[in-house]
Design a protein around this ligand. Structure first.
Ligand code: FAD
Ligand code: DLZ
Ligand code: SF4
Length: 526
């Protein structure tokens, strides 16, 4: 029996046929609505590749649905009547199609969900807002796990997800589950640095087809003043290509994924990372299936446990955890500033023009590819923002704008919680502050840098050292009782006054020399 006509809006990061709002619908009683809207393309000034990726993936998905017989109403950015907003476009589509109901899957971001929650009052037809089934842990389950916990330790959450999925779980012989290899976490085995000469299989790159080329022209034309280059657009924009990218990762790179997860090499942007985050976040790949493939690679003897466990932890651990964390602490998380950081973001975050070779290489990769790998985001760019005391709002806007995989639900917990400690330690047990020694150990950046990590102060000293001590000194009252950090102050106290003064003066001079970002790079209102 045919149901009443429903309008099904599909947002830019919901590109899967298994979406909750499509479940149970038939092609005869459904109009799918997809909308390129100005508000979403400009609420921060996204990297050009990010906009091109989302528009191209949306257009490909719409055409696949159309070819499969679905009725798709696709609003392009340049359509004359385009109102510029999701709500405006749903209103116009209701006029065009007169549906009995709107079925929409909840938005991944708080900002958009607020708009959707107004629809039942705004529209005369019924509006159903359905939970997003693409995550393992729903909002209620996460709240339940978090309640009564002082510290939301990711590792404990992750163990629950391992038990829930059965991934890398065995039997202890007495009817209970136990982690494969008897250990939950193999992170300690995953800290090798990488020799620049080591062979790294190249990941597949996807040259723009006609749809992507048209979108690239549109983006150059309409968003020409946004950050980033479109010269090398190589992202998968369909689920078929994303599967090819996943095939190559499981065939060629997962074996070394674990050991070199934290390594950094000048000029090398992907190393053994999967480069699948853009596809997972868009909906082109199913995260749980990827974890099952990783587990299979282990069972088949094609990848060691430390690599496979590391990959699975990133997805059913960190990715699920940050999503739960985001919804638990929004909207306050976006305003959190526990460390009272107020310094403006330096201009070099947009130009890459700094003598600090680690930062300039991470910003180059960000500009060229709309990507930097995890440890670059965390221990180079993030560490700098933390110890230099950069205003969290400006850091959030930067990360949200520049990465092709950035949506607020995943960006914000990583920025406010993981790198800036702006949430006061709800996510991380201590600030991830480090001197240049860490970067020197894990990368080849320092050997040709204008600065030296072994020089502690004075001309040519790596700025990370003085900035680190300046940060520790500034936040002594707040951090001294943290058991993971407190002992650092004994080292600081053992230094003579002159040495301490040298560090603090050096940090002051360095910070004074920074040029603040000129207005309008990330957000018009900054
Ligand atoms: P891999 O190293 O191959 O990891 C596999 C997968 O694990 C990733 O594809 C991703 O889905 C997941 N993952 C790994 N780490 C995290 C994490 N910390 N949080 C959530 N998922 C994770 N990831 C995003 O998808 N979007 C963001 O906006 C984003 N912002 C970040 C900001 C900061 C400050 C930091 C420190 C990390 C951020 N990450 C973000 C996490 C991580 O850096 C990227 O997921 C990763 O670099 C993507 O590359 P990859 O697919 O090769 O990842
Ligand atoms: C990031 C983005 C951009 C640039 N443009 C669109 C768009 O035009 N249409 C769309 O449906 N989604 C877009 N997105 C993603 C949204 O900003 C947002 O992240 C998702 O709707 C999830 O809340
Ligand atoms: Fe970065 Fe310092 Fe190393 Fe230069 S010396 S690359 S600034 S850590």
């Amino acid at each position: 029996m045919s149901q009443k006509l429903a309008l099904v809006p599909i947002l830019g990061d919901q590109l899967t046929r298994t979406l909750a709002s499509l479940r149970g619908r038939t092609k005869d009683d459904t109009v799918v609505l997809m909308m390129e809207v100005w508000d979403e393309a400009t609420y921060v000034k996204h990297h050009k590749q990010k906009i091109a990726l989302i528009f191209s993936a949306m257009r490909h998905f719409a055409s696949e649905l159309g070819e499969a017989g679905w009725q798709v109403d696709y609003v392009k950015l340049d359509d004359e009547e385009n109102s510029g907003s999701f709500t405006g476009e749903v209103a116009r589509a209701i006029e065009r199609h007169s549906p009995a109901a709107v079925h929409v899957t909840e938005a991944s971001e708080w900002r958009v969900q607020q708009q959707i929650e107004e629809w039942p009052d705004k529209f005369a037809c019924e509006v159903d807002i359905l939970p997003d089934g693409r995550f393992l842990c729903n909002h209620a389950e996460f709240q339940d796990w978090a309640k009564d916990r002082k510290q939301l330790t990711m590792e404990l959450f992750y163990r629950e997800m391992r038990k829930k999925t059965g991934l890398l779980m065995g039997d202890d012989g007495q009817g209970k589950m136990k982690p494969e290899g008897d250990k939950w976490n193999y992170d300690a085995d995953n800290r090798e640095s990488l020799d620049g000469d080591m062979f790294i299989p190249k990941r597949p790159k996807f040259a723009p087809d006609d749809i992507t080329s048209e979108v690239i022209t549109l983006v150059e034309d309409r968003f020409g003043d946004h950050f980033g280059s479109l010269d090398r657009f190589e992202w998968p924009v369909t689920s078929a290509d994303a599967e090819k990218a996943a095939d190559a990762f499981f065939a060629e790179r997962i074996e070394q994924f674990g050991p070199y997860q934290d390594a950094m090499v000048y000029g090398s942007d992907d190393l053994y990372h999967s480069m699948l985050s853009t596809s997972i976040n868009l909906g082109l790949l199913d995260p749980l299936k990827l974890c099952e493939r990783a587990e299979q690679a282990y069972k088949d003897g094609k990848a060691p446990l430390n690599s496979v466990e590391g990959f699975i932890r990133q997805i059913i651990g960190w990715r699920e955890y940050v999503r739960g964390f985001y919804w638990l602490f929004m909207p306050g998380l976006a305003d959190a500033n526990e460390m009272e950081a107020t310094r403006p973001l330096p201009e070099f975050f947009w130009t890459g023009e700094t003598d600090m070779r680690c930062l300039s290489d991470c910003i180059r990769s960000t500009h060229e590819n709309a990507h930097a790998h995890h440890i670059q985001r965390l221990m180079v760019l993030g560490n700098f923002c933390l110890i230099a005391g950069i205003d969290p709002k400006q850091v959030q806007d930067w990360y949200l704008a520049v990465y092709a995989d950035a949506y607020e639900w995943v960006e914000l917990p990583n920025v406010a919680g993981m790198i800036l400690y702006a949430d006061g330690g709800k996510l991380a047990t201590k600030p991830y502050a480090a001197s240049g020694n860490y970067i020197n150990k894990m990368s080849d950046y320092c050997k040709d840098c204008a600065y030296s990590p072994s020089k502690k102060s004075g001309e040519g000293a790596c700025p990370f050292g003085p900035l680190y001590w300046d940060f520790m000194d500034r936040h002594r009252e707040r951090l001294k009782s943290n058991h993971r950090i407190g002992r650092i102050y004994s080292t600081w106290d053992r230094m003579g006054d002159e040495k301490k003064r040298d560090y603090l003066d050096h940090a002051d001079n360095f910070l004074d020399s920074l040029t603040p970002a000129s207005k309008g790079w990330a957000r018009e209102t900054n």
